[in-house]
Design a binder for this molecule. Structure first.
Ligand SMILES: [Cu+2]
Length: 462
């Protein structure tokens, strides 16, 4: 049997001979599909202008075909199953088998034709966030185009006017379709490969879901109280590490399609924001940061030179966003002595558990019974014990001697001897405390100040 790929290859050969039949030219390009949530290696461009491809965290890049000078892609909007971390799968909507959809990569000056087939149970469109294009290609259903009906394929065509960091998402029944996971990254590489080159270029989208413990489908009407805070529809410990070779110049790009802002914080380095969804930031306008807040509907890219090896945490700095599904109505129990009470309750309710009388760190190692398809609230095991994390957390793993294109997880960092925080085993210091009976020091009267007022003079001779 002739596979679809072979058939298209033959069609491509015909095109170069410039004897294209209408049927071959009119054929819709194949729509590759992805079945795994694992980070795929970067897709080196097989044709067209050269560029340094990006790595999509727990994702992949959509292959294309060239057709008479047009780069042709095919997205299929459809229900998907996305494993958010081992042990938990969500029933989402996405593109070509996954949520988010595949990353689209092209080059400034490329003519791009994107076929969008709707296999959802309702109509949809795609808006190309940040991309400068003709009004009728902007994808706002009802405003710029009719909605794409169920079962139909629409075509978007535009020329990439500038390079940068963009994304795509529906502009049709938006609240539902984005709450269900419909979105994807869109990178336009500079025409000149010497413009702001980096060695490693990572991308991901920030999204959030509200999926009840034990359930599979997000609650689409949730406004702010989401319980799964994810990067590319993955939560810790399901988010891949950023694997980096020591000495590499690294760019990390992300876009926020949740309902709140996320201060993204990376340990061990300072960095500069070099790109937003509006374009590249000139050198003179950058300043150093260790946390960059990304508002709803914004994109940011930051860069640093990876000169210090280690396992450096990278996470959203909102503490609730580094946790998985939990109830928020947990009373604060710190300092409450449950002894006796717990015993009495356990006689009535055998599974009763006391939570939080010494803080909640115990949750990190607790094997408590949870419903199927539910992740622990705080989890993950590191080289020194439980990590007590969830949600938007992963690690930048910087190692010496990796190969140029090696993105395999190198395991935990092996610290040189004498470089890890250690327990003090000498004599305990004597605490000095003020005696409780001591009166607070009397407040001295503020010293008198003399103020001299000078009026500006007309001659201004200084
Ligand atoms: Cu956050």
């Amino acid at each position: 049997m002739t596979s679809r790929r072979n058939f298209l290859g033959a069609a491509g050969a015909l095109l170069t001979a410039a004897t294209v039949s209408k049927a071959a030219q009119g054929a819709v390009p194949e729509a590759p599909t992805q079945s795994t949530p694992d980070t795929q290696p970067p897709l080196a461009p097989p044709n067209g202008r050269p560029y340094n491809p990006v790595v999509t965290l727990n994702g992949w890049t959509l292959p294309w075909r060239m057709n008479n000078g047009w780069k042709e892609f095919h997205l299929i909007a459809e229900p998907v199953r996305r494993q958010m971390a081992p042990g938990m799968t969500a029933h989402l909507w996405g593109y070509n088998g996954q949520s988010p959809g595949p990353t689209i990569e092209c080059v400034e000056g490329d003519k791009v034709r994107i076929f969008v087939t709707n296999k959802l149970p309702e109509h949809t469109t795609i808006h190309w966030h940040g991309i400068l294009l003709p009004n009728g290609m902007d994808g706002v259903g009802g405003l710029n185009q009719p909605q794409i009906p169920v079962g139909k394929t629409f075509v978007y065509e535009f020329e990439m006017k500038k390079s940068g960091t963009f994304m795509y998402h529906p502009h049709a029944d938006e609240m539902v379709q984005m709450a269900m996971g419909m979105m994807g990254f869109f990178v336009v590489h500079p025409k000149n490969p010497a413009f702001m080159p980096v060695d490693r270029d990572f991308v991901f989208l920030i999204n959030s879901y509200d999926i009840d413990p034990g359930a599979y489908t997000p609650k689409i009407a949730t406004m702010t109280d989401f319980n799964l805070w994810s990067w590319n529809s993955r939560v810790f410990p399901g988010i891949s590490p950023f694997v980096v070779r020591k000495g590499d110049r690294v760019r990390i790009r992300f876009g926020n399609l949740t309902m709140t802002n996320h201060p993204i914080h990376m340990h061990g380095y300072d960095f500069e924001v070099t790109c937003t969804d509006g374009g590249w930031v000139p050198k003179s306008a950058r300043w150093p940061e260790v946390t960059v807040d990304v508002a709803v509907g914004q994109m940011r890219a930051f860069e640093f030179v990876a000169d210090v090896p280690g396992d450096w945490a990278i996470h959203c700095h909102k503490a609730h966003h580094t946790m998985n599904a939990m109830g928020h109505n947990v009373p604060t129990m710190i300092g409450v002595d449950h002894r006796g009470v717990a015993q009495k309750i356990t006689n009535l309710v055998p599974d009763y558990m006391v939570m939080g009388e010494r803080g909640m760190a115990d949750m990190g190692e607790m094997q408590m019974p949870i419903p199927d398809n539910t992740l622990p609230m705080m989890t993950g095991q590191g080289p020194f014990g439980p990590l007590e994390m969830g949600g938007m957390f992963t690690v930048v793993k910087i190692r010496e001697g990796l190969a140029k294109n090696d993105y395999k997880d190198p395991g935990w960092y092996k610290h040189p001897p004498g470089t890890v925080a250690y327990e003090w085993t000498g004599a305990a210091p004597v605490a000095t405390r003020p005696s409780p009976s001591a009166a607070p020091p009397a407040r001295a009267a503020p010293p008198a100040r003399e103020v001299q007022v000078r009026k500006p003079t007309a001659h201004g001779g200084h």
